[in-house]
Design a protein around this ligand. Structure first.
Ligand SMILES: Nc1nc2c(ncn2[C@@H]2O[C@H](COP(=O)(O)OP(=O)(O)OP(=O)(O)O)[C@@H](O)[C@H]2O)c(=O)[nH]1
Ligand SMILES: [Mg+2]
Length: 466
């Protein structure tokens, strides 16, 4: 890893032209480097200007010519985003102009920051834990109200507090057990097994509680894939269009119209979704359609919610039954499945009492009249939020697979500890081993015990200048 003593610099605002563009520096030479080019109008040196105050002045290039009139601000360590001395240059936001200013700073001795390096420094200097650092990236990339709200809760420390409370609980337990390792003779006295078992069970419940929000948290961050599937001509593309309110997909009365799958971002009450329209599932004779059908299967495989579309006017056909059977093996067990009886404007006489359908929620809809679409949206929302009311979704949720897998390992260690406690023969050193494993796993979530390569991978996904 690069040294924290490097002074790093980057353009912090997005590429392109804008009213204002910001350059950011962090490291021991930040202020000195900016001061080489920046002359406050007040006549003071930049170094002697108060910290955290925007100072107006001119920027002079190497040849002594003024290149911009702009604002600069300095932050003294440790009271900055990164915890180091930092400086910002708020210039006019031309892409070429900003790159020229950056170039001058790099020539003067700064190093170009890697993606996420500012936030990585903030993490390394204890300004935030790993869940908060991740929340910075999530807030920047959020595209829907509820995702933004979840990222903000996490940034503010919601998840950190829940995990730290759990760690503290396990740490206390572990201290109690460790004490008895030192005095093996007094073990029974020091190890009130029932009390310990109760504490372990309590920790297990807290882990499960965190895990129960993991799916929703992940979907909030990534957008839930809602896949429309079914045989040709039942109206999948029409439903997609009706939900989006635009004629995004081609609709035609010829079966086999949609050849490739099609994805569009969509939201329900601020929950981010990706609607996926697919090619009708059937035994296709031409090679292109066969490839399309294969892609439909892959889309169903990756679905977070599956909408099987039937034709209400035609009723439940043999082909529908075959698709329904195939869905069982194809779609994820976790993914809720609903059956849409489309074209219900044409008929609602068909019989849907077939046993194959009895486990599914059947919704009568019409892409043509819009009937039933509000109810469909309400049901999709309930499925992706697992019934939590929208107001609860801002509560700190586990949002990444990384958190989830660490929690599963913590859960396994606690189960092991519970087992050890039951088998009275095993000594307390086994128990303390289990608890240490559990603490390591929990520590990975907040970044206390996270491996260097994992950390690098997390920060490398950030944008430059963050
Ligand atoms: N009356 C009525 N017609 C509909 C409805 N939805 C779709 N249709 C008609 O059904 C035909 C097929 O619609 P599509 O949306 O192309 O069907 P699809 O399932 O996407 O078909 P493929 O792409 O071929 O698999 C078109 O002629 C639509 O106008 C509906 O709710 N009511
Ligand atoms: Mg279609």
């Amino acid at each position: 890893m690069d040294s924290l003593n490097d002074t790093i610099a980057a353009i912090a605002t997005p590429p392109g032209d804008g009213g204002v563009g910001i350059l950011r520096l962090s490291g021991p030479d930040s202020v000195r480097l900016v001061a080489k080019f920046f002359r406050p109008f007040s006549g003071q040196t930049f170094e002697s200007c108060p910290a955290r105050l925007l100072v107006a002045g001119s920027w002079t290039g190497g040849d002594g010519l003024v290149e911009d009139n702009l604002l600069c601000v300095r932050f003294a360590a440790p009271a900055s985003y990164t915890g180091q001395e930092t400086a910002e240059v708020h210039a006019h936001g031309g892409g070429f102009h900003l790159r020229s200013l950056l170039q001058a700073l790099l020539q003067a001795g700064a190093r170009l920051a890697r993606p996420g390096e500012f936030t990585q420094r903030a993490f390394l200097n204890g300004k935030m834990d790993l869940t908060q650092a991740e929340a910075v990236a999530d807030l920047i990339s959020s595209r829907a109200a509820l995702s933004r709200q979840a990222a903000a809760r996490q940034l503010e420390g919601g998840l950190q507090r829940r995990v730290e409370a759990l760690r503290k609980k396990v740490l206390d337990l572990s201290a109690q057990v460790e004490a008895s390792v030192d005095f093996p003779d007094e073990q029974d006295q020091l190890l009130p097994r029932e009390e310990l078992a109760r504490s372990v069970a309590e920790a297990q419940r807290a882990v499960q509680d965190l895990l129960s929000g993991a799916r929703t948290g992940r979907l909030l961050r990534q957008g839930a894939k809602v896949v429309l599937c079914g045989r040709p001509n039942v109206g999948k593309s029409s439903i997609l269009n009706a939900l989006l309110g635009t004629a995004r997909a081609i609709v035609h009365d010829l079966p086999g119209t949609t050849r490739d799958f099609l994805e569009e971002p969509f939201q329900i009450e601020g929950f981010p979704l990706v609607l996926v329209d697919t090619a009708g599932l059937r035994l296709a004779d031409d090679a292109v359609e066969r490839e399309g059908v294969e892609r439909s299967r892959r889309a169903v495989h990756q679905a977070d919610v599956v909408l099987l579309v039937l034709d209400a006017a035609e009723g439940f056909m043999r082909e529908d039954r075959e698709i329904l059977e195939e869905l069982g093996g194809l779609a994820s067990q976790e993914a809720p499945k609903m059956v849409l009886l489309n074209k219900s404007d044409l008929s609602n006489r068909s019989d849907w009492s077939d046993p194959a359908l009895k486990d599914f929620l059947l919704l009568r809809v019409s892409a043509r009249t819009g009937q039933g679409l509000d109810l469909l949206k309400k049901n999709i929302f309930e499925k992706v939020t697992v019934g939590r009311p929208a107001a609860d979704l801002g509560e700190a949720l586990v949002t990444r697979e990384r958190h989830e897998s660490a929690l599963r390992r913590a859960e396994a260690s606690l189960a092991q500890a519970a087992g050890t406690l039951e088998q009275r023969r095993l000594g307390s050193e086994f128990l303390s081993g289990d608890l240490r494993d559990c603490l390591d796993s929990l520590g990975e979530i907040v970044g206390a015990t996270t491996r260097q390569d994992v950390l690098s991978a997390i920060f490398s996904k950030f944008c430059i200048g963050k």
